[in-house]
Design a protein around this ligand. Structure first.
Ligand code: TTJ
Length: 670
């Protein structure tokens, strides 16, 4: 038995492998030893989903191995190519995956890496391997879920090669003789995701890979990561077809997470309030964990805290983030009391006050990371709380004492925030007393629906009176309500909550939805199950969409998170032939219809919703039986936050860059 062919053989190998006395690995580190068939049967268990997210996860798994080699100091460059046919190529210039035959298995180590499931096993040499969750499941899972996978390793001048299909070795590990000129070291893995598994799509998004690889370059200072897209247009994501040419980016940040903060603040449409990035780090006394923090305040009103555990983005935070927040609040108040910035009679600064405008990256490494929650995106290790606590308490106090000018700027900001919040609280109480927020005083322009059952009701928020008129005429009044917006839109990024209360454009939205905002938000009071933004497909429409989404995101976040917010998708074209009308929602669709019709048709481009009469609007955009809508998702709150911030603020340069980069995107994609 040379190459494992079935689950039983794999199990045998696993057992033998686990028991091998001359290995460093022990039973604890190698917990899962099943056949790769199990992975193909229940892929979701290993990579979370078989949708686009799981697909991209394959790349991260392979790249993580190369990053481990870089962290071991054995390589400095990683190349990721997206080849024609959506084949992924990953290379590093490291020591090469070992090719030596292991005693008990009789298999080369590289074969074992790709054919035996070993969650938490130690192959890459990194000392902070991930255990549990969907992360770090390893190269064998990628192999199992690939139509084919090939690996090449250079070892002592010789080139080794092996090929697998759907997890099974179809060649032995071959020595192909001397490696080509200039190829002296390293590993290459090339694979094609299996369309039998990834039924929805096997097309990679350049932007998704780019974001992740850039993030990894920030988190692993000094590692050079290159991403190259070599696909022809037809193989690319339909939304990413703006150029025929090969697209490529290289990321390498000697400054690590400090540069990450710098990058985020360049994107954030705000000015920094002090020049330096505050940076500190520590290792736990037992040597089992490390924590690093980089931060800088801006004059924005929003905080942006990104936390990572073992290089995995913990979008739901956890002990590292909680520990940071709590100790930052404490140390800031201690300092303020010690230096009389807060007088005896003053109230303490709140957590929100001391984080207003803060951009912060927290990166911890833990030997045994525990990832919790539904998405496994929350760190659970309690020992991290005390590590981060003592780190922030000691080093932040020292920093403030040694940098009085920066300390003054930070406290100015926090005190202003504190006063504004106090004013906001008063404004809110005033607004409450005026009963402006109560659902019995609905906005005058709202055309409400008859049903009171949020399971079936919808509200269309429509920009402009003429479109509002068409929508009112076209709707099914049983369950569809229409709220036309009027007045000057408030830029929520530049306003605190006190400005939102009383804003003539946003208040009708708030009262119509019935939920309240911010701390008062209560989803149980939501009057419509679907909140649908209907705006023109032009620049102004996109502006309105962005503003409303920003507002929902900031002040009614659960509304977005729980999937209540939708974007209506009105058609872009009407094609008329004889007495028949056809509607097209994109350029390719228009072209297809035109091709089908042959000749003698007329194409009308809709410039705005107002050009459609009531019947047309119903037929194309509002009739649940035929319409398509886009549900707004906050897949990655950070991305959304970044996008919102970039679009909203007053820093002209990054905003222009963003708009130019995304100019071809007709739709908002959150
Ligand atoms: C293991 O310890 C001895 C020296 O080599 C170590 C190792 O495994 N190195 C290594 C693995 N370098 N690169 C990899 C690797 C690279 C890719 C792209 C994919 C995989 C699965 C491993």
């Amino acid at each position: 038995m040379k190459y494992p062919e079935n689950q039983e053989q794999l199990n045998d190998l696993g057992g033998a492998f686990e028991a091998a006395p001359d290995q460093e690995y022990d039973g604890d580190q190698i917990q899962v030893l099943e056949g790769l068939e199990a992975v193909r049967k229940r892929p979701g268990m290993y990579i979370g989903s078989t949708g686009p997210r799981g697909l991209h996860h394959l790349v991260y798994e392979i790249v993580d191995n190369a990053i481990d080699e870089a962290l071991a100091g054995a390589c400095d460059t990683i190349v990721v190519r997206i080849l024609p046919g959506n084949i992924i190529y990953v290379s590093d210039n490291g020591r090469g995956i070992p090719v030596g035959v292991q005693h008990k298995t009789g298999l080369p180590a590289v074969t074992v890496v790709f054919t035996i499931l070993h969650a938490g096993g130690k192959f890459g040499g990194g000392s902070y391997k991930v255990s549990g969750g969907l992360h770090g499941v390893g190269a064998s899972v990628v192999n199992a879920l690939s139509e084919w996978l090939e690996v090449e390793v250079v070892h002592e001048g010789q080139l080794y090669y092996q090929r697998f299909e759907r997890g099974h070795a179809v060649t032995e590990l071959e020595n192909r003789g001397p490696a080509p000129e200039g190829r002296t070291r390293g590993s290459v893995v090339v694979f094609k995701a299996d369309p039998e598994i990834f039924k929805e799509t096997t097309t990679y998004s350049y932007e998704t890979l780019q974001t992740r690889l850039r993030e990894q370059a920030f988190l692993n200072a000094g590692v050079n990561i290159q991403l190259i897209d070599e696909r022809p247009l037809k193989d690319r994501d339909p939304e990413e077809q703006d150029t025929e040419e090969t697209v490529s980016n290289t990321y390498c940040y000697a400054g690590g997470i400090s540069q990450f903060v710098e990058y985020l603040n360049e994107k954030k449409a705000a000015e920094t309030v002090h020049p330096e990035i505050i940076r500190f780090g520590a290792e736990a006394a037992d040597g089992n964990s490390t924590a690093e923090i980089a931060m800088q305040y801006t004059d924005s009103y929003n905080e942006l805290i990104l936390s990572f555990a073992n290089n995995i983005h913990t979008t739901d935070g956890g002990t590292h983030e909680d520990g940071f927040k709590r100790s930052l609040t404490r140390v800031m108040n201690d300092y303020a009391r010690k230096y009389n910035i807060l007088k005896e009679t003053d109230k303490n600064l709140s957590g929100e006050d001391v984080r207003e405008g803060l951009t912060c990256v927290i990166s911890v490494k833990v030997k045994e990371a525990q990832f919790e929650g539904q998405t496994k995106a929350k760190l659970g290790n309690t020992e991290i709380t005390s590590l981060v606590n003592s780190l922030v308490t000691e080093k932040m106090m020292t920093f403030l004492e040694e940098n009085p000018a920066t300390a003054r700027a930070i406290f100015d900001k926090a005190l202003t925030a504190s006063r504004a919040r106090e004013a906001a609280r008063k404004a809110r109480e005033l607004a409450r007393r005026k009963t402006a927020l109560e659902s019995n005083s609905l906005p005058g322009k709202l055309a409400d629906c008859q049903s009171r059952d949020p399971e079936e009701t919808e509200i269309y928020i429509v920009e402009g009176d003429s479109a509002g008129g068409s929508a009112k005429g076209g709707r099914d009044r049983k369950f569809q309500a229409i709220l036309p917006l009027w007045g000057k839109m408030l830029n929520v990024e530049k306003a605190r909550l006190d400005k939102v209360y009383g804003n003539e454009k946003l208040m009708p939205v708030v009262t119509a939805l019935g939920t309240g905002i911010g701390e008062d938000f209560d989803i149980a009071k939501l009057r419509y199950g679907k909140v649908i933004i209907m705006a023109d497909a032009d620049v102004d429409g996109s502006h309105i969409r962005t503003l409303l989404l920003t507002f929902f995101f900031r002040y009614m976040r659960p509304l977005v998170e729980q999937g209540h917010v939708y974007l209506a998708q009105p058609p872009l074209f009407r094609i008329t032939k004889g007495r028949r009308h056809y509607y097209a929602y994109s350029d390719p669709e228009r072209d297809r219809i035109m091709a089908e019709l042959g000749s003698g048709y007329d194409v009308q481009r809709y410039k705005g919703l107002g050009e459609m009469d009531s019947d047309q609007l119903w037929e194309t955009t509002m009739d649940p039986a035929v319409r398509t809508m886009r549900r707004v998702e906050v897949e990655d709150a950070v991305e959304a936050d970044k996008v919102f911030t970039v679009l909203m603020g007053d820093k002209v340069e990054p905003r222009r860059d963003f708009i130019v980069e995304n100019a071809q995107k007709a739709n908002w994609d959150v």
